[in-house]
Design a protein around this ligand. Sequence first.
Ligand code: BG6
Length: 301
Amino acid sequence: MSESTKQGEQIDQLNETYGLPGFIRVEAGAGGLPKVLLTCDSARGELFLQGAHVTAFEPDGDEPLIFLARSARYEQGKAIRGGVPICFPWFGSKVGDSSAPSHGLARTKAWSIGSTRHDEHGVELALVTTIEPFHVTYTVRVSSSLTLTMVVVNESERSERFEQALHTYLAVSDIRKVEVRGLQGATYLDQLQGRAKCVERAPAIRFNGETDRIYLSTEPRKTVVDPGLGREILIDTEGARSTVIWNPWIEKTDRMSDLEQDEWPKMLCVETGNIADDAVELAPGERWRLSTILKSQRTEI
Ligand code: BG6
């Protein structure tokens, strides 16, 4: 049996077991990777099973909330540029092992569908995987907002530590004209200065160059104000103490093969997670629940 016939059968099987006509459908996405389409009255979303990687969320009557790079790679074992990669069980380089993949194993792994459901407001897909010693369930709910929930259980017999981030690439009109509110007073690690500790003084963060910061112990609400698109994106989190703010700007984009020069102004990563001093330590059998809700609201243009 050819590879594409096998893949077709796998997709048919997934649709038979988990498909919900009119709400949830699995199809072959770019590169032949299985992709799930989630549709409800108020929005549509998309996700690749590889990496449990959300690649689209578009509420009705609004521009897409999520940025996806034109030259993103869709290959087994490669991370997709844009969307919402999951960084887990470490963020950035693995401490003590520089050869380990950046941002952990979750974003390039094939996840399995655990369940699907819909109700009057939205549609929901739960995915599962095991990354020893952790069992992870990731639930994606598409309604007028996008709700992402990650539950990590320590299945080992000793305490285990992990880092995590939902590395959300938000779509913006122009990074040079947007601002992020909600981080004033927070301590951050400046990744461009060897993780030097700094304190955020600004009530609103504006951008005029490469920015790569891990804010620690942050408040649960962050707001991205985007006058160009006449909207604000509200990000509300639970169980996520850290917030990463990242934009590669011009030179770093030059070094990236999957992001084009006209694209960095159109993206802003506001990542919610638990990183560095905020890493999570779980006792045997214990669980950690992180959730983030993204929604947009209109403002005056
Ligand atoms: C951000 C990091 O979260 O991800 C940056 O803070 C990093 O340092 C960026 O460059 C992209 O990482 P990657 O591995 O997807 O190229």
